[in-house]
Design a protein around this ligand. Structure first.
Ligand code: NAP
Length: 483
């Protein structure tokens, strides 16, 4: 890997401002998902190091919470500037360990950094309230205070931005953190921390613990009473487990979990725009995002026309190494992911689906799965019921608005949804009827720092980004004064 700044490549855990190896001396391997080459050996930490990190964060909290809002704001802004200055290196590291095309990685770094910029501004605006008292001699004042030590657990599909989306609001309000990044993508997390240190963020404010046994680190983070809040992004299955583990110490929680996004195209939609949106929302990161459209519903009058255009555009997407120019589809994260995608396609074909394009691994690189469209799909198939997390688009036919809303909502998930149409009344009806935290209307790209990202139902709770993003890291206290 060629970088301008080799100092960004760190393989230790980061505790109390020091890069440390695990006590056992053990390491775990990090591979490039494109060619399975070994990129790094990272310190394999466990319970002891997690405890140390929590204690360091607790000590730092006593100091960091007393920094003025302006001081915290300036340090976060500096961290943001350094991320933008180092964007090429951060993107290279990200593509090497995660596989997504370099342009997408740069997009993620900008998106990730935008949370740091945004919350450096919000840091100055954590206003309380004065409430008119309930008696003549009573005065009520509402304070907003940082919750304390925050644990953050993040996934491999966005190894940069899922971290900044949590750490930036936490730091902005005065919390300190212990981060456990995904073991498949630890290097992006470390590069961010190198820059945080360079920005002058004091020791102990951000701590990072790497380890190949997530359950051991997770147990300490969820059961240790010093940790006051857990913010988790990942699968619904692990989210539920962590929620149960947090019950013993009644921790505040934010859960950003899985999705099963519907993408609906009504007959009066602009088909070109809808195809463009479907490609943007379905094939970004080779289909490995929580907001990827999972089930595409097209009204019967335009079903064939949509599929023809969709296939035409899909065949233009270049597959290959994310580091190569013009590549739009990189590898899936690992062989487990490839097998899972194959099982979805097999199940659909067995039950009568037709492959319009793709439906197999790339012949030149077995780690890439070809962008795939399936027609003749129905609600009994796995592609309807489960989160696919790969480049497969099942296209369902529907006749009426009521029918498609019922099908779109027929899932325990409720993160992102999309629809295309041009009837104003229908746009309002459908937007209000969809049981999702996010609704994209005539667009396939919905993520931005300025909006409150998050799901409902089994996609979790809590919001990241926007003015609401700080609320998960704050406690509200009121003072009731008699005068
Ligand atoms: P995952 O298996 O749930 O892992 C997510 C994180 O949890 C990783 O850091 C993982 O560590 C850790 N983890 C796993 N088991 C744990 C345990 N027992 N205790 C503590 N931590 C544990 O999910 P993933 O496969 O990495 O990510 C894909 C999922 O994330 C998808 O369902 C996707 O929809 C969801 N996601 C949601 C959002 C959102 O904003 N709603 C955004 C992105 C992704 P290891 O990697 O070390 O195992």
């Amino acid at each position: 890997m060629k970088l301008n700044n080799n100092n960004l490549l760190k393989t230790g855990s980061y505790i109390n401002g020091e890069w440390v190896n695990s006590e056992s001396g053990g390491t775990f391997d990090v591979f490039n998902p494109y060619d399975n080459s070994l990129i790094a050996k990272v310190s394999d930490c466990g319970q002891k190091e997690t405890k140390d990190a929590i204690n360091a964060a607790a000590d730092a909290f006593k100091i960091w919470k007393n920094y003025s809002a302006g001081e915290r704001s300036k340090l976060l802004r500096k961290w943001y500037d350094l991320q933008i200055e180092n964007i090429d290196d951060l993107a290279t590291i990200l593509t090497y360990e995660q596989g997504k095309p370099l342009e997408e990685s740069k997009g993620e770094i900008k998106y990730g950094a935008s949370f740091v910029e945004w919350f450096s501004e919000e840091a100055r605006r954590i206003y309380g309230d004065i409430i008119p008292g309930h008696e003549q001699n009573k005065r009520i004042v509402v304070l907003k205070q940082p919750i304390g030590v925050v644990a953050a657990i993040t996934p491999w599909n966005f190894p940069n931005s899922m971290i900044t989306r949590k750490l930036a609001p936490a730091l902005a309000v005065g919390c300190t953190c212990v981060l456990k990044p995904a073991k498949l993508t630890p290097l992006s997390a470390n590069a961010l921390v190198v820059l945080a240190e360079e920005a002058g963020i004091p020791k102990g404010v951000i701590n990072v613990v790497h380890g190949h046994k997530a359950s051991v680190i997770g147990k300490e983070l969820t059961e240790n009473p010093i940790v006051k809040k857990l913010s988790f992004t990942g699968s619904t299955e692990i989210g539920k487990l962590l929620m149960a583990q947090c019950a013993g110490t009644v921790k505040k929680l934010s859960l950003e979990l899985g999705g099963n996004a519907p993408f609906i195209v009504f007959k009066d939609a602009d088909i070109h725009k809808a195809v463009e949106g479907a490609i943007a929302s379905k094939y970004r990161n080779a289909g490995q995002t929580c907001v990827c459209s999972n089930r595409i519903f097209v009204q019967s009058e335009i079903y064939d026309q949509f599929n023809t255009k969709f296939r035409e555009e899909l065949l233009k997407l270049k597959m290959g190494n994310g580091m190569d120019k013009d590549v739009k589809i990189g590898p899936l994260i690992d062989t487990k992911a490839i097998s899972s995608v194959e099982a979805f396609v097999e199940d659909a074909i067995e039950k009568g689906a037709k492959v319009i394009c793709g439906g197999k691994r790339n012949t030149e690189n077995e780690n890439i799965y070809e962008p795939t469209i399936l027609s003749n799909v129905d609600t009994n198939m796995k592609v309807f019921k489960e989160e696919i997390f790969g480049p497969i688009a099942p296209v369902f036919k529907f006749d009426t608005e009521d029918e498609v809303i019922q099908k779109a909502n027929d899932t325990p998930y409720g993160l992102a949804s999309y629809f295309y149409g041009n009837n104003n009344a229908q746009i309002w009806r459908v937007a209000e009827a969809l049981e999702y935290g996010i609704v994209g209307i005539n667009t396939g790209l919905i993520s931005t720092t300025v909006a409150p990202f998050g799901g409902i139902k089994e996609s979790g709770f809590g919001r990241e980004g926007s003015k609401y993003g700080v609320e998960d890291y704050i406690e509200i206290k009121y003072l009731c004064m008699e005068i």
